[in-house]
Design a protein around this ligand. Structure first.
Ligand code: G4P
Length: 539
């Protein structure tokens, strides 16, 4: 990543952006479907990088520059989300990267709270996979408009019609195709851009930048004059005709409401469908949308700055021990040096060195608008879920905490490193890598994670970044639930009778640590006025 060059950042200086359109979106997919490759190609088209391969660290072609953690490199997975901003045809794209691995879904869910649209990448040979489905559900809950990119059509895959059937039925989603593959696998000859009446053909030479394009008048013309073998083009056009008959036409409002997804068949690797995806985002994806706060809805055109922290990342640059809060701006014009109120603790902070993310480079940000992501370096004052305003008391909604599925106790090898350990744990809890539960009675915290991979990240980072080698031991609990009640007296009684199983999370929220599912069920049955929450919205 250090070796990567990017084009002149001043080309996209945020000063020039306003009143440019903004598209703030994420790519969701199952691991290996091609998200990294597609990200790279989008950056390439957007001019944020100049050559394919720059996004990937040298000697490790699988990873984008966003993957700076050692563990990501060694495991070949993308752990933490990051932001990439680029400009294309006068539109500013803020691409929020999301980890594909299931264990990191919590981070992904939070990132999805900061976007206005999503691109769902599906492997043409595999169809809908578990992680795609989960992430899709989150998008649906939030009515996020989704563009479907069916990737790897240059490989043998499921028949396109079958694939569309599977997605439409599996996700209960209307689909409308924008591009169609001509042949699959070794027979793949290109894609048909249906509404643009263009045949997209492979590059003729390696230096040919983006492939060739041939116009056609209608599908008969495509059949007769495409110069593609009959045995390939005929069944492809037949399939397309069937598909056009069976599927609804693209309907913008239905897309914005999250009911209909435009489909692009393409190949990120061979650069098919990438320009069409950018075009689709530009034309159809929404401008920054109004955001719901507890108190009211905030319009992006309001003059005063509002925003919320959806992610905190410590040690992004191992050379400078730093900690950056990623803030999604919801309204107003943000300028460097501005004073903002952190509504959670009513403290104000002067944002003197905000960061703008250009691909994976960072630059000092001078000005930003609704839809943009601003990085605010801080020493722990900002937490995930915090709302920032110019003074108004507002709380943005939609940042969830999930009850952990794995609980562990810490075994510290070197007792002289306790201070560093606590700092590391707090940092990583702020980032959302793990959750810390401090038992009301007892000294050592219990660590919670949504998946075991998160714990591997914790152990590796504590060692590398804080110099604290630790061991994780099984905890005497299997599950955790936040406990709340409208009856404070009953809540106190409950805590009293389960004294040794009550802990506090880092916000002071009460948590019931249950030995097993049976204990949890019994407590739930016996204490009907207590709510045992699996998901908790931050406030
Ligand atoms: P991910 O971020 O979703 O996990 O997927 P990634 O882009 O890393 O892609 C996973 C594998 O699929 C990579 O191959 C990548 O080259 C390949 N791939 C991505 N898009 C396409 C496509 O359109 N067509 C074909 N044929 N392959 C594609 P790999 O062998 O695992 O890694 P690499 O050594 O090629 O980087």
């Amino acid at each position: 990543m250090q070796n990567s060059k990017v084009s002149d950042v001043s080309q996209v200086s945020p000063k020039r952006l306003f009143p440019a359109k903004r598209r703030t979106f994420a790519i969701i997919s199952h691991p290996d479907a091609g998200k990294t490759t597609l990200t790279e190609k989008l950056l390439l088209y957007g001019g944020a990088i100049q050559m394919a391969g720059q996004v990937k660290a040298r000697g490790d072609r699988r990873r984008t520059r966003s993957d700076w953690l050692e563990i990501e490199r060694s495991r070949g997975i993308s752990v933490s989300s990051s932001v990439m901003t680029f400009e294309h045809n006068g539109v500013i794209f803020n691409l929020l990267d999301t980890p594909g691995h299931a264990d990191f879904s919590e981070d992904t869910y939070r990132t999805l709270s900061a976007v206005d649209a999503a691109v769902m990448v599906i492997d043409a040979a595999k169809g809908i996979e578990s992680q795609t489905r989960k992430l899709f559900e989150v998008c649906r809950l939030r009515d996020i408009p989704i563009i479907t990119f069916i990737n790897k059509v240059d490989r043998e895959g499921i028949d396109p019609l079958e694939m569309l059937d599977e997605i439409a039925a599996g996700l209960a989603l209307d689909l409308s195709v924008l591009t169609w593959p001509i042949g699959l696998g070794t027979d793949f000859r290109g894609c048909c851009d249906i509404y643009g009446s263009r045949l997209l053909l492979p590059k003729e030479t390696r230096i040919d930048p983006f492939g060739r394009v041939k116009k056609f008048n209608n599908l008969d013309d495509l059949l007769l004059n495409s110069e593609i073998e009959e045995r390939i083009v005929e069944p492809a056009v037949e399939g397309l005709l069937l598909c056009l008959e069976a599927l609804p036409k693209f309907h913008h409002q239905a897309f914005l409401e999250g009911h209909l997804s435009p489909v692009i068949f393409g190949s990120a690797l061979k650069e098919f469908g990438v320009a069409e995806l950018l075009d689709c985002l530009t034309r159809w994806a929404p401008d920054p949308l109004p955001r719901k706060a507890k108190e009211r809805s905030v319009d992006p055109h309001e003059k005063r700055v509002t925003g919320f922290v959806f992610k905190v990342q410590a040690n992004m640059d191992p050379n400078h021990r730093d900690r950056v809060a990623f803030v999604r701006l919801c309204s107003g014009r943000f300028v460097r040096g501005m004073k903002l109120l952190n509504v959670r603790d009513r403290r104000s902070l002067t944002v003197s060195a905000p960061i703008f993310f250009f691909a994976q480079q960072r630059e000092t940000l001078e000005e930003a608008f609704a839809g943009d992501i601003v990085g605010i370096p801080n020493h722990g004052t900002l937490r995930v879920g915090d709302t920032l305003t110019e003074g108004e008391i507002l709380t943005f909604e939609g940042i969830p905490d999930f009850a952990p599925e794995v609980l562990r106790r810490i075994g510290l090898g070197d007792a002289t490193r306790t201070k560093q350990l606590n700092r590391g744990l707090n940092d990583m809890a702020e980032e959302g890598v793990i959750q810390i539960f401090r038992p009301i009675f007892g000294t050592w915290p219990i660590l919670g994670a949504v998946g075991t991979l998160q714990l591997d990240v914790l152990v590796s980072r504590l060692n590398q970044e804080y110099g604290v080698p630790i061991r994780l031991d099984p905890a005497p609990y299997e599950t955790a639930r936040w406990i709340v009640s409208t009856n404070p007296q009953r809540l106190r009684e409950f805590c009293e009778s389960y004294r040794s199983s009550i802990a506090e999370d880092k916000n002071g929220g009460l948590v019931f640590l249950a030995k097993n599912a049976w204990t949890l069920n019994r407590a739930t049955d016996e204490w009907p006025d207590i709510e045992f929450l699996r998901v908790r919205e931050r406030s």
